[in-house]
Write a protein of this length. Structure first.
Length: 406
């Protein structure tokens, strides 16, 4: 009797990541277990980790599951125009691909530069830009809270913290979205961002200021301009789009779920609950590339060969029935989710705090300024961007009673 063959690898793409990823992750887990064989663009093989315990194992063992992309056993098959190169790069001198003590030094440099951001100043920037964006639409009685608001707010705040001018914001938004979505504009978006960062770095070397870039340049650890520029690109990409999606996904939840309707116009507790539930149930960063096995090993009952690419299935792990036994939504203070990663390569805590302040301020300003806001379309008609990596709405159309600009 011949053995039953393993189910075919799952393409990491397609409309189901857009329409119903939760059901797709359940099917993957049913058919393959905690570690799923997948193929990326161009039939490039990888493993997607959906198990909570398995993901904890991968992110907690940087020796066995390394961030050194030079280990990848597929480089000979990767063309120069592969659209995922901005996300899975070779020899990129950024913190993402640095390991060991040098990584710890770089993480400290970034954390120190962000920790020096004054919390009151940060919230003031976020309120100022949020008010400006609301002022542009509040007299119309309708708007798209994604295109007119959430997709513009985080980068405006981050650009100010880093040292960019307000005028550079829209171009940075376009470049970041193109790069992160991993489609035809990905490489051009990466080039625009790289040129912008290099110019900002040159300006701040000539004229230091009280901003994140100047503090990174002043760090005594001896990083090169290229290393700092790469880290700035990583920080901008990781800080903007997931925060924009955190705002959009939280507002969608509050506008469509009856559990939040009663408290929508009340105290602030409901905003924090919505934001935390989104990180468990609808997290902006769904899947992350990646880790590379430094030797042959076993993970979740599956054989992993040296040099194999292992993708971090953050949303899959968050919804793992082995740890979410009752399946209920988590809106309280439980923050044991993977939405900010885990281990030494997790999102630095000061960066997490910056994102949380921007997102919460953005949501609160909308509710303060547009108190009778309502969804303008049926909830079921809302669509998501076609990306297996980040989960965010393409638009969130709302109506409200027109009010004068502040």
């Amino acid at each position: 009797m011949s053995p039953v063959p393993d189910p075919a690898p799952v393409p990491l793409g397609g409309p189901r990541f857009q329409t119903d990823p939760a059901e797709l992750y359940r099917e993957m887990r049913r058919d393959h277990g905690a570690v799923v064989p997948v193929v990326l663009d161009g039939d490039v093989p990888a493993h997607l980790v959906l198990g909570y315990r398995e993901l904890h194992q991968v992110t907690g063992d940087p020796q066995l599951f390394s961030r050194d992309s030079d280990l990848w056993n597929q480089w000979d098959a990767i063309p120069d125009d592969w659209p995922l190169l901005p996300m899975i790069g070779r020899k990129q001198p950024s913190i993402l691909y640095t390991v060991g003590e040098r990584h710890r030094e770089r993480a400290a440099m970034i954390s120190d530069a962000l920790e020096a951001v004054d919390a009151f100043e940060l919230r003031s920037h976020a309120e100022k830009f949020a008010d400006e964006l609301i002022d542009a639409v509040c007299s119309k009685g309708e708007t798209d809270l994604i295109g007119d608001y959430a997709a513009l707010l985080p980068v405006r705040v981050l650009a100010t913290l880093y040292g960019f001018s307000d005028e550079q914001g829209p171009g940075l938004v376009t470049a970041l979205n193109d790069m992160i979505n991993g489609r035809e504009g990905a490489l051009e978006g990466q080039r625009h961002l790289a040129l912008s960062m290099a110019q900002l770095l040159a300006d701040r070397k000539q004229t230091p200021a009280d901003d994140v870039v100047s503090r990174m340049l002043a760090d005594p650890s001896g990083f090169t301009d290229e290393e700092i520029a790469q880290d700035l690109m990583v920080m901008m990409a990781a800080g903007h789009q997931p925060t924009a999606d955190w705002i959009g996904n939280s507002l969608r939840l509050m506008l469509t779920d009856d559990r939040f309707a009663a408290s929508l116009f009340g105290g602030r507790h409901s905003v924090a609950e919505a934001m935390n539930e989104v990180l468990w149930e609808d997290t902006p960063t769904q899947n992350v590339a990646g880790r590379w096995a430094s030797r042959d090993t076993q993970l979740g009952g599956r054989r992993i060969r040296a040099g194999d690419l292992v993708l971090l299935g953050l949303q899959g792990a968050n919804s793992d029935p082995q740890v979410r036994t009752d399946g209920s939504a988590l809106t309280g203070g439980n923050n044991a989710h993977f939405s900010f990663g885990h281990g030494e390569h997790r999102c630095p805590f000061p960066a997490q705090e910056v994102a949380e302040v921007i997102a919460r301020t953005g949501i609160e300003v909308v509710l303060d300024r547009l108190p009778d806001i309502d969804l303008a379309v049926p909830a079921g008609s809302l669509t998501r961007r076609p990306s297996p990596w980040l989960r965010g709405l393409t638009e969130l159309p709302v109506t409200f009673t027109p009010v004068p600009a502040s």
